[in-house]
Structure formats: structure tokens, C-alpha cells
Design a protein. Structure first.
Length: 219
């Protein structure tokens, strides 16, 4: 009888040890398991990267009912590719091709230059002109897929330059007012685009820029 009890007791202890071993194995397995990736991590990283890329510059001026004309702001001159055009002092116009890898320079026959500050964006492009100049072709050519025409086109004359202009939507809430313009000089068609923080600024900027415009050999 004593032997049977001893065997029974040892068998019970063995079962208990087996159960504990299984439980420990499950716990260790759970600890070593690779956790499932959090799907929101890449989203948060993307948002943080976007926010970090936003420049912390001077705040955009609050729009007023009667914006002050920028008569003295167009005091710099861009001269290259056989033409000159005025631009604001706080904007440096660069060749868009210089931002490519490898860099691609504009030419006499075609090119794009642009510049921006905390409260202004300007782009100018040019191309070989057709025999019959169509300003709408140039106006459409300077628009991006995210922009669209607003209102109707208007014609104005600056010096001896006949210009067609039309308001456009913009791609940024910080600079909500946009305008495009097109004109011809010699054998080239020019287009100009601006984003501004205030309504009514664009036409004044265009006129001041074109007051300094020269197209070498065709003035």
C-alpha cells in the first residue's frame, strides 16, 4: 500500500510539473513574439514630416478691404535669355530646370523661371511663338492641373505691350488670389502667373513688372 501511494504521489507531482512547464512555455512564447505593426505609425510619421517642412516665416498679412498698392516693390530686374522683366526685391527668380537632377537649363526658345517669398509666388514661362499668337494657348500652358480659370479674360496695354489677363484659382489657402497673363514679344510668347494674399494686388504687380520688360531685338 505504501508503494502505491508513493507512485500515485509521484505521478501527481509529474502532472503538476508538466502543466507548469506548458504554462511557462506559453508565457515565454508570448513575450518573444513579434508584435503586430501599428498601422498608424507611418501615418503619424508622414504628418510630422509634412508639418516640419512648413517654413516658419513672417505671417501672411491680414486682407483688408482696400489693399495698399505695391508701387515701390518691383525694384529688381531679371535679365537672361534675351529678355528682362521686373520683380519684387524679396523674390529671387531661378530657373526651374536648376531644381531637376541633373539640372536642365532653359533656352532662348523655351523656359520657366519662378520665385517666392512668404507672401508672394511668381512664375514666368516662354516658348517659340506661333505665326498667329493666341494668348489663350499661353494662359492654358502656364496653369497646373490643380488650377483653373476664374471669371473672364481681360485685355490691357502696358507701354507698347498688349496683354491678356485672367484670374485663376490657386493651390494654397495662404495665397488665395491668382492671376495669369500672356503677351507676345518678337518670335516668343510669354506667360506670367502670380499668387497673392490680397485681392487687387496682382494687376499692379503685373503692370510694374512689364514696365521694366524688354525683349532684346524686339523692343
Amino acid at each position: 500500500m505504501g508503494i502505491r501511494n508513493l507512485i500515485k504521489r509521484q505521478f501527481t507531482i509529474f502532472n503538476q510539473l508538466a502543466i507548469v512547464t506548458v504554462i511557462l512555455g506559453l508565457v515565454l512564447s508570448a513575450c518573444n513574439a513579434t508584435p503586430s505593426p501599428d498601422p498608424e505609425i507611418p501615418i503619424r510619421q508622414s504628418v510630422n514630416a509634412t508639418l516640419a517642412a512648413i517654413p516658419t516665416e513672417t505671417a501672411i498679412p491680414i486682407p483688408t478691404s482696400a489693399p495698399t498698392p505695391t508701387q515701390s516693390s518691383i525694384n529688381n530686374l531679371f535679365c537672361e535669355y534675351n529678355f528682362c522683366i521686373g520683380h519684387p526685391q524679396d523674390i529671387y527668380l531661378i530657373d526651374q530646370g536648376s531644381t531637376h537632377q541633373p539640372p536642365v537649363s532653359s533656352t532662348y526658345n523655351s523656359g520657366i523661371i519662378f520665385g517666392y517669398s512668404s507672401n508672394l509666388f511668381i512664375e514666368i514661362n516662354w516658348s517659340a511663338s506661333e505665326t498667329t499668337f493666341n494668348p489663350q494657348t499661353s494662359l492654358h500652358g502656364i496653369l497646373t492641373g490643380s488650377e483653373s480659370f476664374q471669371g473672364s479674360a481681360e485685355n490691357l496695354t502696358v507701354g507698347n505691350i498688349s496683354v491678356t489677363t485672367q484670374p485663376i484659382s490657386t493651390v494654397t489657402a495662404l495665397l488665395p488670389y491668382g492671376l495669369v497673363a500672356a503677351w507676345q514679344c518678337g518670335d516668343r510668347a510669354f506667360a506670367w502667373k502670380v499668387y497673392t494674399p490680397q485681392d487687387g494686388m496682382a494687376v499692379d504687380l503685373l503692370k510694374q513688372s512689364l514696365d521694366k520688360f524688354k525683349c532684346q531685338g524686339f523692343e
